[in-house]
Design a protein around this ligand. Structure first.
Ligand SMILES: [Zn+2]
Length: 266
């Protein structure tokens, strides 16, 4: 996974993002590390919950024609989304983190248990039973357990179904429990930030863009993401080019505008 970034230290020194920008990789911990030309090293924490990162990874794979990888990523996104929902439901009841961690430990390795917890909590908190889409596990098992490589059409159809499930529940949770939803994201970010070296400058970014707009139409979401990804590829060289052009004319340099916020205190 990749994200657009600038140096946090240069940003803090100058009071604005600099024209030097990067496209950096991040992985499971959702932290991207930047080293600028001045030798500053800083961290960019991706705020997006895990399921959003997996959706974006799958969207990229689908656009690039990697159908098996796309289906696997969307399938993993749905599992992580159920886990996220369980966290949100527990947060609405102000369940302590310690008790949650001990409870989740007993289901962490078995996604079926997590789905069971989700189904019960969904019924309790929203007053309606959630109906699982049975097409999803059937297709998923073919890809994950039998190594089936889906056609672009069937992979897209599968990803669309998963997207719809996640979108519908995500919207409901955000509408009913916005504080709990955001608190789960904040706590996850804070936990990951606490694992970084204390003196490392850091910034936060939403990171992912695919799910951010919560487009109703899956094709629109894919198209917007493809455009955004293309813009990210071009951004560092465009910013450099415009900076050089403006500097040569003696005007103040423009700033790169990453989707990020530096943190003053660590
Ligand atoms: Zn720097």
């Amino acid at each position: 996974m990749r994200v657009f970034a600038t140096c946090v230290q240069c940003w803090q020194k100058k009071g604005a993002p600099t024209s030097e920008s990067f496209t950096v990789h991040y992985y499971d911990d959702r932290v991207a590390y930047v080293t600028c030309s001045q030798g500053h090293r800083s961290a960019l924490l991706i705020q997006s919950p895990k399921f959003e990162v997996l959706l974006e990874s799958g969207a990229g794979a689908l656009i690039d024609g990697y159908t098996m990888e796309a289906a696997a990523s969307f399938s993993a996104a749905l599992e992580r989304f159920f886990e996220f929902c369980v966290q949100v439901f527990c947060e609405t009841r102000k369940l302590s983190q310690d008790i949650y961690d001990l409870m989740f430990k007993e289901m962490a390795r078995q996604s079926e248990r997590q789905i069971g917890a989700f189904l019960v909590l969904h019924a309790l908190e929203l007053g309606i039973p959630y109906k699982l889409n049975q097409d999803i596990p059937t297709f998923r098992n073919g890809v994950i357990h039998k190594g089936q490589i889906p056609t672009p059409e069937s992979a897209k159809d599968f990803c669309r179904k998963v997207y719809k499930e996640i979108l519908t529940v995500s919207k409901t949770l955000l509408e009913k429990f916005p504080d709990a939803y955001n608190e789960v994201i904040r706590r996850d970010l804070s936990s990951r930030s606490s694992k970084l070296p204390e003196d490392m400058p850091r910034a936060t970014s939403t990171g992912t863009v695919f799910f951010m707009a919560r487009e109703e139409d899956f094709d629109d979401a894919l198209m917007n993401f493809a455009r955004g990804r293309q813009a990210m590829e071009l951004a560092p060289s465009l910013i450099k080019m415009f900076s050089n052009l403006i500097a040569s004319k003696g005007s103040p340099q423009p700033s790169a505008v990453p989707n990020a916020t530096p943190e003053d205190k660590h």
